[in-house]
Design a protein around this ligand. Sequence first.
Ligand SMILES: Cc1cc2nc3c(=O)[nH]c(=O)nc-3n(C[C@H](O)[C@H](O)[C@H](O)COP(=O)(O)OP(=O)(O)OC[C@H]3O[C@@H](n4cnc5c(N)ncnc54)[C@H](O)[C@@H]3O)c2cc1C
Length: 399
Amino acid sequence: MDLDFLPEHAEFRKEVRGWIEANYPAENRRKQEAGEHLTKEDILSWHRILNTKGWLSPSWPVEYGGTGWDSVRKYIFSEELARAQTSQTSFGLGMIGPVLYTFGTPEQKAKFLPGTMNGDIWWCQGYSEPGAGSDLAGLSTKAERITEDGKDYYVVTGQKTWTTQGHFADWGFFLVRTDATAKKQEGITFLLIDMTTPGITVRPIITIEGGHEVNDVFLDNVKVPVENRIGEENKGWTVAKYLLGHERSGIAGVARSKRGIEKLREIAAAEPADDTAPLLKDADFRRKIADLEIDLAALEYTELRTLAAESKGKGPGPEASLLKVKGTEVGQRLTELTLEAAAHYGAPYAKGLSGDNSLAIPSWAAKSAPTYFNMRKTSIFGGSNEIQRNIIAKAVLGL
Ligand SMILES: Cc1cc2nc3c(=O)[nH]c(=O)nc-3n(C[C@H](O)[C@H](O)[C@H](O)COP(=O)(O)OP(=O)(O)OC[C@H]3O[C@@H](n4cnc5c(N)ncnc54)[C@H](O)[C@@H]3O)c2cc1C
């Protein structure tokens, strides 16, 4: 592995850390610490600050707004964002951006890239359907070609589901079936759809912890201009797979989990309000943290090896599946241990008690159960972990 931290990288880390501290919106920080949900505007405020600085999409080619940093700098940057626990940027940026600059026509690049970067266009991903998740190529939302007043359209009808932040979205990237007679993968087309088009209904799905981040999206005779197609008709599967590679590569969350473990250690080391011993004195709890740290260190080195390969021009391959499985498992175990550390403060009724009985519940503990439940999603989305294991078995182990 050829990925060394040089003195200039330490300087770079200092610069990034200082800049984040000085520029991260105080209102986002306050809400996160209080366990409040961030609004679309909150997320966009940070997105826009990063974009103005030119640090929104470090890994993109420089001509499309990338930073031109080497792999080490990109890694340090992602570590510093996680360390400062900054909010996400707008949904889909890292997925549709690379699709646009790789497969888009000059007109599509000009129309969508600037707005995607400056936060004017918020995207959603219309891939999954009630009958097509793991078996995505079995999707049935249909698109029929028509000509009206001399203009060509697709008329799209069907249902998408689990659409993350579809209720925030200005545009969506959708997979639709344009040829029902061809082999499954060969009849799919990739369309960009304006979410304000008549015939689109977005209905919330409330997740187990009570949050609203996913939706059902119904499309009823939605007219989409043919110029909104990415790539050729019936060749959308190639575009879809390319996008999924990018979706999985950032999913390991190593830097986020590292920060999470640091935080867990601080929590476990704190003197409890009663006269019991800090949790970190418990040998069994220490062993659980150590197990997690060992797995995270192994994951980190696997990710660094992947980055080193990428810096030599090798794109994310089946290794992305490995990072996804292990990264999400580590992230989920971290939420389990945090909930264990919260003990009775993590119970669903504890938050209500705080108002009535002035029971001081630290905000990290009040968030621990909702976070635990919410994080169950990570082994399902982006292609479930079982499916990733199938990919690893075939492409890495050759089974
Ligand atoms: C919070 C969240 C956000 C999401 N956001 C989006 C989004 O924005 N856009 C979007 O298009 N989709 C989104 N998804 C959908 C996600 O991609 C699918 O849930 C996922 O692909 C699994 O599909 P499914 O839910 O239909 O489960 P199914 O495919 O029905 O699978 C059910 C179970 O069977 C297992 N299984 C299925 N096939 C196999 C097999 N061949 N071998 C072994 N095990 C198998 C699966 O691992 C799973 O455990 C999101 C999902 C969640 C939970």
